[in-house]
Design a protein around this ligand. Structure first.
Ligand code: IPM
Ligand code: MG
Length: 372
């Protein structure tokens, strides 16, 4: 089959990690006989430098006319410390999410057995963690009216949610839970916020259509604590935009590195796939960034395109590389493997083994897998 992928490498380490994901997708194409065409466009700080706009019209058009978007990272320190900057790289990503209608952001978090000691959390606490965060992505405080008075001494950001916005992502979360462990936890602040009380009401109602799925509720402050104390209690976490942003970074501690966390942002018409990590400007051009989050984002892209076997093969290749400790230095201090080497290894595993790489991930303990 033919697929057109829009590639938006963005800032900092974005281009380096995205290159590895593309390398892997090309091998998937060769192995499973698909034709991926990749078309690149600027976004973020690089786009501001080129055109003055963090999301040039041509970039948006390309995304709208592609089957999926592969996104790198966004952000540049020259804007972070300048509160008066008129345009910011992040505006490009936010506008893109809004324009493409990407209301559901999916962020899976799991503890890899071989990396269990890399996490600063105790192994007995994090083993068996396998959760996925369903973060609302196009509403809430991120997109509400923003105000700053003339003197620059008073500011506000409005947090607003409609029933419809909550309903549509709630359905996605319940459907996902049905394919997993049948549990949804709504994370909110319903003891304080009106929007959270609306979330509880709407999600409870949607939940009635999914009687096999257990629904429970946690205030976000408690959830932040529970994610560290006992993360294996969670299956699907459903939450609004801002809370989802915060707890997904927190969740990255479980796996041992934010460089492992991938995400999918999907709506009714479009899908965008990006690592959870930022642009890590200090690491730019040094071949040290972990490409796994970008490659796992490509796995989610393949699933979105309905290429499940292909997605599983690439996912297995990543797991094997991790099991073999072919990892960057965020996971193994002093590692001799850089961004490119890890990408090459994963791609060559796929190229050498092709679709035979698919095996039962339960059996993947080091040395036991069928292909090692
Ligand atoms: C994320 C990022 C973005 C967000 C930034 C870059 C705007 O932190 O995707 O988690 O806050 O959504
Ligand atoms: Mg974030």
């Amino acid at each position: 089959m033919n697929f057109k992928i829009a590639v938006l490498p963005g800032d900092g380490i974005g281009p380096e990690v995205t290159e590895q994901a593309i390398k892997c997708l090309k091998v998937v194409g060769d192995t499973f006989e698909h034709n991926f065409t990749f078309e690149e466009a600027p976004v973020g700080a690089v786009a501001i430098d080129k055109t003055g706009d963090p999301l040039p019209e041509a970039t948006l058009e390309l995304c709208k006319n592609s089957d999926a978007v592969l996104f790198g990272a966004i952000g540049d320190p020259k804007y972070d410390n300048d509160p008066s900057a008129r345009v910011r790289p992040e505006q490009g990503l936010l506008k893109l999410r809004k324009e493409l209608g990407l209301f559901t952001n999916i962020r899976p978090i799991k503890a890899y057995t071989s990396l269990i000691d890399r996490s600063p959390l105790r192994p007995d606490r994090i083993k068996n963690t396998d959760m996925t965060i369903y973060r609302e992505l196009t509403g809430g405080i991120y997109f509400g009216e923003k105000k700053l008075n003339e003197e620059g001494t008073l500011a506000s950001d409005l947090c607003e949610y409609s029933e419809k916005e909550i309903e549509r992502i709630a359905h996605q979360a319940f459907k996902a839970a049905r394919t997993r462990k049948n549990k949804v936890t709504l994370v909110d602040k319903a003891n304080v916020l009106e929007t959270s009380r609306l979330w509880r009401k709407v999600v409870t109602k949607v939940g009635e259509s999914y009687p096999e799925v257990e629904l429970d509720f946690l205030f976000v402050d408690n959830a932040a604590m529970q994610m560290i104390l006992n993360p294996s209690q969670f299956d699907v976490i459903l939450t609004e935009n801002m809370f989802g942003d915060i707890i997904s970074d927190e969740g990255s501690v479980i796996g041992g590195s934010i460089g492992l966390l991938a995400s999918a942002s999907v709506g009714d018409k479009h899908g965008l796939f990006e690592p959870v990590h930022g642009s890590f400007p200090q690491g730019k051009g040094q071949n040290i960034a972990n490409p796994v989050a970008s490659i796992l984002s490509a796995v989610m892209l393949l699933e979105y395109l309905g290429l499940n076997e292909e997605a599983h093969a690439l996912d297995c290749a990543v797991t094997i590389a991790i099991e073999r400790e072919i990892v960057t230095e965020d996971l193994k201090p002093g590692s001799r493997f850089g961004t490119k080497e890890v990408g090459d290894h994963i791609a060559s595993l796929l190229a050498d083994e092709g679709d035979k790489i698919c095996f039962d991930p339960e059996n993947i303990e080091y040395g036991k897998s069928t292909i090692i």
